[in-house]
Structures are given as C-alpha cells and as structure tokens.
Design a protein around this ligand. Sequence first.
Ligand code: NAP
Length: 253
Amino acid sequence: MTFDQFDLHGKVAIITGCNTGLGQGIAVGLAEAGADIAGVYRSDPGETKKQVESLGRRFVGIKADLSSIEPVNDIVMQTVDAFSKADILINNAGIIRRCEALEFSEKDWDKVLNVNLKVLFFLSQAVARQYVEQGTGGKIINIASMLSYQGGILISSYTASKSGVLGLTRTLANEWAKHNINVNAIAPGYMITNNTEPLRKDKQRYESITARIPAGRWGKPEDLKGPAVFLASDASSYVQGFTIAVDGGWLAR
Ligand code: NAP
C-alpha cells in the first residue's frame, strides 16, 4: 500500500453545488489531490474556480438548476466535451426547509425531495451510464446527513430525503459494483455553512448542539477533504454502499 492510491491526477470530478460550503471544500480537496473539476453551479462559482486553478488544476463551470432532472444529461455531455470523460461524481447540492410537521406544505416537501433525492438519483444514473460506456467504472459519492440516521425536528422533508440517500447509496452500490462503480456516501455532522445559519443564529440550539459534539466544535468544509479524497480514489476500491459519518463523534455519543 502506498499513498499513490490516494492520488487523483488525471481524474475528472463532477461536483454539484460547488460554489460554496461543503461542495467548495470538497472541490478544493479533490483538486489538491490532483483532480480536474467540472463544477456544477447555480450561483457564481468564481471563488472555487480561483482556488482550483491556483492549484494548477482545470475548472470548468456547468450552470444548472438542479430542482428538476432536466439538466442531468447535459451535465454529463458538457463534462465529456471538456475533459473527454468523467471519473468521480459528488452529489452535494441540497436544500433544507424548516417547519412544524403539522404545517408542512407540499411545495416544501417536493422542493427538498426533488433536489436532495430525485435529481441525485437521475444524475447518478446519467453518470453511471457514462462510466459503463467508457468501460472504466468510476466513483459516486453522495452527501448524506445525520438525518440519514436520526429524525431531527422541523425538517420532515429533509430527513426523508437524507434517509433516502443512505438507502439509495446501498442499492446503487449493489447494482453497479459489477461495473466497477463504487457508490458510497459521506454523512457530515453539524457544519458551518449557509445550510446551518438559522441553527447557529438560535443561541440556545447552537449551544446545546455544540455541547453534544464530542470534538467540541462544529465541522468546517475542509473537514470533508480527506474522506472525499479517500472515497474518490483507488484506496477505497473495495468500499461499497457505505455511509461514512464525519461528525466530530456526534453519532457515537
Ligand atoms: P449550502 O452552503 O447551502 O450549499 C448548498 C449547495 O447546493 C449550494 O451550492 C447551492 O447553490 C446548491 N443548490 C441548492 N439547490 C440547488 C439547485 N436547485 N440547483 C443547483 N444548485 C443547488 O449548504 P452545505 O451545508 O454546503 O450543503 C451541502 C450538502 O451538505 C447538502 O446536501 C446538505 O444537505 C449537506 N449537509 C450539510 C450539513 C451542514 O451541517 N451544513 C450537514 C449534513 C449534510 P446556491 O448557492 O446557488 O444556493
């Protein structure tokens, strides 16, 4: 075993939601390991592009609204046009809506399920078809959540979607392992991004959550770099269908 197994030089990674937060941290982490980046974005990905290119890697932006499956084939086509292939998919884009279950609207249910689960599945399908056509296999890494394991409160559609991501990760791994495709997931704990801003603004909840994290702090996007590089690289070739928690010990408690 050598550290060469973690090397991503010559690999092409598609990352959704690459402009900010965890997607940006993962994009930069994969680029540090050598990968070129097809960055799928809705809001300006300029900062991510700058950081990736400063590492000597290529960044090609692909603008897409992932609230429907309409752009999924185009994302693969644009990646292949730019880089001639794809090797890694990071399904990171996601949204959350907070509301009492008694009041939860169909609109907020559909919005969250569409981005977090339906588009994740159909983009994975489109990329997996490309891997099969290339004859190379490849990696798919889904971003799950603590809400893949726990119920949470006020976030019915988010919990349903992220619990679905964990199950989908298993079933796709089962079906696609024979094509040399590894499907795994990362379940981040409580991380400092736009997604958790309302939680962090609520002083009481912020303090009670912080007190329950064995590491004693919230996570940062950089904390996902190592696990993402591992799952994107040859080092994890025999890891299939598993969701790795990167949570400062939250689930262990
Ligand atoms: P974030 O800063 O809000 O980032 C979410 C990303 O998804 C943004 O790039 C956003 O684009 C993109 N996105 C959302 N809806 C989209 C759409 N319809 N079309 C295209 N892009 C869309 O939050 P984050 O924490 O980094 O979240 C990244 C992933 O981690 C999500 O799946 C989230 O559920 C998951 N996660 C986060 C935490 C946490 O504590 N932060 C914990 C567990 C899991 P815009 O910038 O244009 O909105």
